[in-house]
Structure formats: C-alpha cells, structure tokens
Design a protein around this ligand. Structure first.
Ligand code: NAD
Length: 249
C-alpha cells in the first residue's frame, strides 16, 4: 500500500545521513512521493536526494533566510509542479544551561527551530492555499512539554514550545483553506544531534525512565510524519503526536 502516490513533499533538514529528515524522505519515496530535500549545504542535500533516486531534488537552503526559502519553493514548483506536503523538520540544539546562554546563542536557536518554520511555511502556504490542499507537519520536542531536561538548553525548549503555538495557530487559520498543520514531539531519538552531547551514563538514566526501554530511531519519527502527511490523518489538524516511548506517562 502506497500512502503518498503522486504526492510531492518538501522536507527541511533532511541531508544528515542518520537524521530524522532523511529517514522521512526515504519513507515518503517508498510510499510513492517525490521529495525535495532542503538543507544548509547544497552538495549534501543533492547527494542525499540522489541517494534516494533520480526523481528527487536536493536544494541548499537556510530556513532562517526568507529569500532562500522563496527560491527553494520556486525551484521545487518548477521541478515538481506542485507541493502537497511540507515537513518543517530542520533544527539545532545546544546543551547549555540558562546562565550559559548568550544573546547570539539565543537568537540562532530560536531562529532555526522556530523562525525557520515561519519562513519556509510562508514560502509554500500561498501555493497550498491556491490549491486548497496541503499537509504540514512541524518538529517540536518533548522538551517543550516537560521544560527541557533531555538535552537541549532553555532556548531550545522555548523555541520548540513556540512551534506548538505557531502550528496550532496555523492549523486554526489555514483549516478553512484545506490545509492541515500538526506537530510531532519526539523524546530522545538516536541521531547525530544527540551525539557527544550525552554521556553513556546520562543515556542509561534516560532509558530507565522510558517504558519501551530504548531510545527512539529516526524511522520511529518518520512513520508519524508519514501518517500526518497522508490521507490517513485527513481529519487531524492542530494535533500534537508524542513519539517518546512512553516517557511522559
Ligand atoms: P540532525 O542534526 O541529524 O538533523 C537536523 C538537520 O537540520 C541537519 O541536517 C542540519 O544540517 C539541518 N539544519 C540545521 N540548521 C538548518 C538551517 N538553518 N536550515 C536548513 N537546515 C538546517 O538531527 P535530528 O535529530 O534528525 O533532528 C531533526 C529535528 O528533530 C530537529 O528539529 C530536532 O530539534 C528535532 N528533535 C530531535 C530529537 C532527538 O532526540 N534527536 C528529539 C526531539 C526533536
């Protein structure tokens, strides 16, 4: 069963080889979608797309740069003719404590995780509005729900909490235009973003608090993005889906 036959998807932050974005791009392609991978480095984005197959596109795009997002959206529309799905996945973290965060740290973390969703959505929503159809999924985090405490700093937690508000406001406003907007809130997922930021001892302690007894995988999150991108979730908007192994029970 192919859930995304004939659909086109834009996925931000999807060039990292072990990341959630690339796992999502692969899964979407297996389900019949053409995907556009957006990431900071053009060469890496192209290589990631080519690794999935020749129907796909890789584009260099810093999601905090509105002009770059507009250019990327234009390139996807020129190549694919339409955009059905937007996965706002790009993000960065810094394992800093409140007192260690400087103004530049604050700005960059808020910009990539929160403003980036605004900018890329701003480039693509007008197109979806015209077609009266679209599915948008945004990356938040369990940090937003429990006030951090996993690996991101308070600025990361604030940005990811902002994502929940932005996505719900977009869901409310864009629903009448046929556009659905939802969020995922993963727990600790084993990707490069956590590499070197947690000691084995800290990881073990976290796993002890997870009923399913393991960290999440990129594929665990990709499956939820697939659900939110497909017609299986046709009546779901403004929702927040936990992918955390039961961490919050
Ligand atoms: P990752 O570092 O592998 O992926 C993040 C990707 O975003 C990278 O490819 C990076 O190059 C890209 N990126 C960074 N800044 C960008 C920018 N300005 N413009 C475009 N792309 C940019 O890590 P991941 O774990 O796959 O993270 C994906 C998302 O999941 C992030 O938003 C992250 O905050 C979120 N998340 C991760 C976890 C986890 O435990 N791994 C938990 C909750 C949420």
């Amino acid at each position: 069963l192919k859930l995304l036959d004939g659909r086109t998807a834009v996925i931000s932050g999807a060039a990292s080889p072990r990341g959630i974005g690339l796992a999502t791009a692969r899964l979407f392609a297996r389900h019949g979608a053409r995907v556009a991978i957006l990431d900071l480095d053009e060469t890496a984005a192209r290589a990631a797309a080519a690794g999935i197959g020749e129907a796909h596109l890789g584009i260099g795009c810093d999601v905090t740069d509105q002009a770059a997002c507009d250019r990327a959206a234009g390139a996807v529309l020129a190549a694919f003719g339409k955009i059905d799905i937007l996965i706002n996945n790009a993000g960065i973290t810094q394992p800093l404590k409140f007192g260690e965060i400087g103004p530049d740290d604050w700005q960059r973390v808020i910009d990539v995780n929160l403003k980036g969703i605004f900018c890329l959505s701003r480039s693509i929503v007008p197109h979806m509005r015209k077609r009266r159809s679209g599915a948008i999924a945004c990356m938040s985090s369990v940090s937003a729900q429990r006030g951090g405490g996993v690996f991101g700093g308070p600025h990361y937690t604030a940005a990811k909490a902002g994502v929940l508000g932005l996505a719900k406001a977009m869901a409310r406003e864009l629903g009448p235009d046929g556009i659905r907007v939802n969020c995922v809130t993963p727990g600790l997922i084993d990707t490069d973003i956590t590499q070197g930021k947690l000691s084995d001892e800290m990881k073990q302690k976290i796993i002890e608090g997870i009923p399913l007894g393991r960290l999440g995988s990129a594929e665990d999150v990709a499956g939820i993005y697939l659900f939110l991108a497909s017609d299986l979730s046709a009546y779901v908007t403004g929702a927040v889906i936990d992918v955390n192994g039961g961490m919050l029970i």
